[in-house]
Ligand binder design. Sequence first.
Ligand code: G6P
Ligand code: MG
Length: 257
Amino acid sequence: MPLNVEKVKYPLAAPATLPDVHDFASWLLAPAHRIPPKPTRPGLQAVLFDLDGVLVDTAAFHYHAWKHLADELTLPFDENLNRSFRGVPRMACLDLLLGEHARYFAIEEKTVLAERKNGYYLDQVRTLRPEDAAPGARDLLTELRAAGVRTAVVSASKNARLVLDLLRLADAFDTVVDGGDVTRGKPDPQCFLKAAATLRTAPQRCLVIEDGEAGIRAARAADMPTVGIAPVRGAQRSVGGLTDLSLPFLDAPYATP
Ligand code: G6P
Ligand code: MG
């Protein structure tokens, strides 16, 4: 049924400047305009990229931030524990850090500690520059877009959009699913299925690039083929970095013999 613009009431949050009712109607309908058509490309239709450790090397930032907090709490923390945090949401990482002590902390206290860690992390993240994007990332994204393959960032991080902005990569992706968009973090498949639905691609036509075991498990649970950056347990194929990837390589699982 066509929209009767005369009957549309301005919601309280309407933008301050609305020149006329037709502009208002297109503003109101804009989200519907952004729904992409169903892809028709044979084979691979979307590549879903993890952010931390795939598109940018933030592992040291996370390590130093958690180490700072651990030292303040006089808790042990090392590279091994930091590695097990890959792809794991912030509060779940805090529980892993607190270990057997976790039950003595109220949720409010844990929230303060997690925020403190995030402050230490952000102090370092703010130094990111476009040239800090992983080698090969921009070329690969250009190649995929030229071939009509859709792209997404699917990250457990609530800082994902900030990091993409600092790297000037935000416009290179068709959609972003971050830690604030889901109710269950990796290894639950929710984040990857949400990206596939937004891109209107079947999960089996989405390939996931991940550096963390939790992410690989989430992708496998979503029925998506996986490529690990450096060896990751459970990944079907692994490469050293994005410079090793090309469209023919990513398309290979779909190639007909
Ligand atoms: C990524 C990192 C994890 C981190 C998580 C949450 O998945 O690999 O180590 O814990 O994001 O990040 P955030 O920026 O929201 O604390
Ligand atoms: Mg990662």
